[in-house]
Design a protein around this ligand. Sequence first.
Ligand code: ADP
Length: 450
Amino acid sequence: MFKKILIANRGEIALRVIRAAREMGIASVAVHSTADSDAMHVRMADESVCIGPPSSQQSYLSIPAIVAACEITGAEAIHPGYGFLSENAGFVQILEDHGLTFIGPTAEHIRIMGDKITAKDTMKALGVPCVPGSDGGVATLDDAKRIGEEIGYPVIIKATAGGGGKGMKVAQTAKDMERAYQTARAEGKSNFGNDEVYIEKYLTTPRHIEIQVFGDGKGRAVHLGERDCSLQRRHQKVFEEAPGPSITAEERARIGKVCADAVANINYIGAGTIEFLYENGEFYFIEMNTRLQVEHPVTEAIFGVDLVREQIRVAEGLPMSFTQDDLTINGHAIEVRINAEKLPNFAPCPGKITQYHAPGGLGVRMDSALYDGYKIPPYYDSLIGKLIVHGRDRPEAIARLNRALGELIVDGVDTTVPLFHALLQEEDIHSGNYNIHWLEHWLETNLGDA
Ligand code: ADP
């Protein structure tokens, strides 16, 4: 059993890992930038180490500083959370070379899935259904135009190294191809240092459905059903739920088995998410995330498992504590992402929290690093909390979300809470009738957000 682990992250996800570690009797080390000296993760951890100035590049992304913090504190393993170094294969390689354990998949698996073309080829070979498109990279504009004609417009051009919605451009018709192709390449180059792009059929009304998988690294793997994360703004999720309102038990069992078998086949270790677009009863693979997702708590709620505890267990070489047969769905869960952002344009809104009160009661979980008087620094992501509700069924979860949002108090900064109050007035949200474009249309119509 590990005695001490280091968490290479901040905010709510750092607390999430510290909590799991504490329940397992494992001591925790927080790392922080000078801007985060008073942050909750620093207060809550057993020990903390300052690893650099505010800029993420020089602190949360500084591999030498994090490895040194491990050496100073004697931490044996590192949990990366999400974002920052969580999908950095080079980092994992360095930890392996230093005899430190990465709580997550191998460098090789991160590398394979981090390159979208390689990921798609790998998944295709493993029998996972993919979006029709170019086989591999598209080297010239002429090739792009030819492939566009072959697949049929609209198409989407994606940077193979892309992420977070960057490096993706839609061409509605052949006329758009040149601009879309060049912009996707340029964004790939400037954001990820790689201008290789590929082309996919652009699905017009899909839902975003992702399957949670978990492997022990020794050829055993399970799936924990799906999450529907279709409510997105600029390809960023804002509202997630499990199970998906449009997915039947048969579909779940079928696609879940395909995903679990695929990751078992490659001896995948730890938590992973296989993302699909879902349209007319068909699943189309888009990418795999080799880490814990922001929205993992909705899965935890309906299956009654602790995914972080499980990640720590398998990283130590222990078996998973459940089998596929142990995993049954209980009720319905919804998560909303609360960001310090000002509507209608979602401008980041850092500043001092003058009053904070978290909602509570049956079926309510608030994952947040806020406290009264906390100053949200301007240097990092604007996510300040995740409100997760669990009910016996979807209507109960929605009623609970409404009730919990009413109890939540975050004063001093603007937040996205009013967005959720407004969404809960919408019939489509109550009926679960939405796809990946629904929210952007709604924002345009109701807030004038373009
Ligand atoms: P990222 O790595 O930037 O998150 P993804 O490949 O996961 O990119 O895609 C993010 C989102 O972009 C999806 O959830 C969906 O909304 C949209 N998208 C991606 N591929 C397609 C496609 N082929 N057709 C329609 N929408 C797509």
